[in-house]
Write a protein of this length. Structure first.
Length: 119
């Protein structure tokens, strides 16, 4: 079953869990508001959607897992990566689910497509 980020694929609590880790490991490059900075792309809005539209949450999960933070890829636990992806989705205005968290494994995330709008 294929879903999109518009189908409520994460919870607000899940997105909130990444706040401290994001501030410690990501904000230096991506800014506190995720709008990008020196050496780090914007994780929100048009720029994010240009880069990720049509791709899957699994691809984003794998990218964060293997590449972030720079020079430290593979240091985040799977649950931390899922929480970080949930935070990116929240910041982009994709609606949360009241009770369905984003799974912490790539295979499960392959059925969730990142899209600019509801399909």
């Amino acid at each position: 079953m294929s879903r999109t980020v518009w189908d409520g694929v994460y919870t607000t609590a899940q997105a909130d869990r990444s706040a401290v880790r994001y501030a410690d490991d990501c904000a230096t490059c991506h800014a506190a508001n995720m709008r990008g900075g020196p050496g780090g792309p914007n994780l929100t809005g048009v720029e994010f959607l240009f880069a990720w539209n049509g791709r899957t949450a699994g691809e984003l999960f794998e990218f964060v897992q293997t590449s972030m933070p720079p020079g430290g890829g593979g240091t985040l636990r799977d649950a931390e990566v899922a929480d970080m992806v949930a935070a990116i989705f929240a910041r982009n205005g994709f609606p949360p689910s009241p009770d369905r968290e984003l799974p912490a494994d790539r295979a499960s995330l392959e059925s969730i497509r990142i899209t600019r709008g509801r399909e």
